[in-house]
Ligand binder design. Structure first.
Ligand SMILES: C[S@@+](CC[C@H](N)C(=O)[O-])C[C@H]1O[C@@H](n2cnc3c(N)ncnc32)[C@H](O)[C@@H]1O
Ligand SMILES: Nc1nc2[nH]cc(C(=O)O)c2c(=O)[nH]1
Ligand code: SF4
Ligand SMILES: [Mg+2]
Length: 210
């Protein structure tokens, strides 16, 4: 199978329970909940996306013919630094492309494998850390994982609906956009009143890394 990648870069994971961790980010092209075109945003299922995942023209992006060639590019992006290697597959929606061949190829190069998904697709083999971020109006195909990271608030989604699912961590991440300051206050208030939930701040945006 071939893979379309928007961009590939090393940075610190900015969100959730692994925040602060050195990571190679592999951002796949394409999503099933939005075309990525601004003209389509208002009629998309997911309308608040903060990410450009169209095309293969970003830093380190491109079309990779097979799992070995993409895994080699991921290993090169790690840059030879010693210690535990960590790759985060995101997008776009990574589970439209990530498969067992690719998780095996990066694991063979010493990587732990993390995924950021909207939860609408099945989980492939070989994932060590699964972050699920459900979207209002999209069917949830996964009933567990490592962290549930709910962008908050979303009309029609009550966080309590997700508490029955099998996750180790439950996070609210304030929705970025025009109402960001208000959404931060709402998420803080929810976490104070519902201590099962923790706040996930998008730290990379604050400190100015990608
Ligand atoms: C761009 S998405 C890509 C992965 C996958 N499609 C998903 O939605 O989980 C990466 C993360 O950013 C979150 N996110 C996207 N737009 C956001 C926004 N405007 N404010 C806060 N988080 C956002 C998503 O919910 C997800 O947790
Ligand atoms: N630093 C950093 N951390 C992130 N965590 C999840 C991200 C994503 O876009 O999936 C992301 C991202 O884009 N940058
Ligand atoms: S599901 Fe994820 S990548 Fe797709 S539009 Fe929503 S936030 Fe963006
Ligand atoms: Mg991001």
């Amino acid at each position: 199978m071939s893979y379309a990648v928007k961009e590939l870069f090393k940075t610190l994971q900015g969100e959730g329970a692994q925040a602060g961790r050195a990571s190679v980010f592999c951002r796949f092209t394409g999503c099933n909940l939005w075309s990525g075109r601004e003209a389509d945003r208002d009629r998309a299922v997911c309308r608040f996306c903060d990410t450009d995942f169209v095309g293969t023209d970003g830093d380190g992006g491109g079309r990779f013919a097979d799992a070995e060639s993409l895994a080699a590019a991921i290993a090169a992006a790690w840059d030879g630094a010693p210690g535990p290697r960590y790759v985060v597959f995101t997008g776009g929606e990574p589970l439209l492309q990530l498969d067992a061949a690719l998780t095996a190829a990066v694991r063979a190069r010493g990587f732990e494998v993390a995924v950021e998904t909207n939860g609408t697709q099945a989980r492939p083999e070989g994932v060590d850390w699964l972050c699920v971020s459900p979207k209002a109006g999209a069917p949830l195909a996964l009933d567990g994982g490592d962290e549930l990271k709910l962008v908050y608030p979303q009309a029609g989604l009550d966080p309590s609906e997700f508490e029955r699912l099998d996750f180790r961590h439950f996070f609210l991440q304030p929705m970025d956009g025009p109402e960001q300051a208000k959404n931060v206050q709402a998420a803080i208030a929810y976490c104070l009143a519902h201590p099962r939930w923790r706040l996930s701040v998008q730290t990379h945006k604050i400190i100015g890394i990608r």
